[in-house]
Design a protein around this ligand. Structure first.
Ligand SMILES: Nc1ncnc2c1ncn2[C@@H]1O[C@H](COP(=O)(O)OP(=O)(O)OP(=O)(O)O)[C@@H](O)[C@H]1O
Length: 228
């Protein structure tokens, strides 16, 4: 469902050319839980931003569920980001003075869903990520880090995306909470058949995935299938 073919990203910095992504190819089946590992500066975040259409590849193709996003016009990319991709970040990026439920409802509002649909679906998603009804009405900034990340995951699922991209989703969490979040992502990938790709330094997280890639100087140097 995700096929990346010979993707290159080049930046010009003064008279130097930087290639943070330098010919990356891989494909993932629908519902896989995969990790990209690599040292700082190896190109992980740049690659993720290309897959999420936050930036355009200099060359190569990114095909998500049959749609080549490298050739989509800008106008269609906004809808792609909104409808087909869920983003999860290290620092959660919730709106602090909105409730957990309101945060999850927001992407559905942008997609034009009715208030009743948004409310019902947000409650279902928050239950699925393990937040009790009482938590739904709490302001995001009154929740612990682990809970905020659960809300962020529920929000990423709001428009039923084909692909979730997560940048260091356990980076701000203690080990125990991080493990709970990893187990949640793994379960969601397998049960909901949402493909989840995480960028991480966290070996414990990578060990729980179905597949892990190592990136070094913008190239994949290792591609390992983890035993089920
Ligand atoms: N917009 C940009 N303009 C110029 N150079 C950039 C740009 N974005 C990234 N780079 C460079 O590309 C290289 C890879 O950066 P990237 O953030 O993708 O690495 P990373 O593996 O995600 O690192 P980290 O783990 O520290 O987040 C770095 O040398 C960075 O300075």
């Amino acid at each position: 469902m995700l096929t990346v073919t010979d993707v290159v990203k080049t930046f010009n910095s003064g008279d130097r050319t930087i290639k943070p992504v330098n010919g990356v190819s891989f494909s993932l089946e629908q519902g896989s839980f995969a990790a990209i590992l690599g040292k700082s500066g190896s190109g992980k975040s740049t690659l993720l931003s290309l897959l999420g259409a936050l930036d355009k590849a200099t060359s190569g193709d990114v095909v998500v569920d049959g749609v080549n996003i490298s050739t989509l016009p800008d106008g269609k990319l906004t809808a792609y980001r909104r409808d087909d991709i869920g983003f999860v970040f290290q620092a959660y990026h919730l709106i602090p003075n909105l409730s957990a439920k309101e945060n999850v409802m927001l992407p559905m509002e942008f997609a034009g869903a009715s208030h009743a649909t948004r409310s019902q679906r947000a409650a279902e998603l928050l239950n699925q990520v393990g937040l009790t009804e009482e938590m739904h009405s709490r302001k995001a900034n009154k929740l612990s880090g682990g809970m905020q990340q659960r809300v962020a995951i529920a929000r990423a699922l709001a428009n039923n995306p084909k692909l979730i991209l997560a940048d260091e989703p356990t980076g701000n969490l203690d080990d125990e909470t991080g493990e709970v979040i990893i187990a949640l992502l793994r379960r969601l990938a397998h049960e909901k058949k949402t493909t989840i790709l995480v960028v991480t330094h966290d070996q414990a997280l990578a060990a729980q995935t179905d597949r892990k890639f190592r990136l070094a100087r913008g190239k994949i140097t290792e591609d390992t299938k983890n035993p089920a």
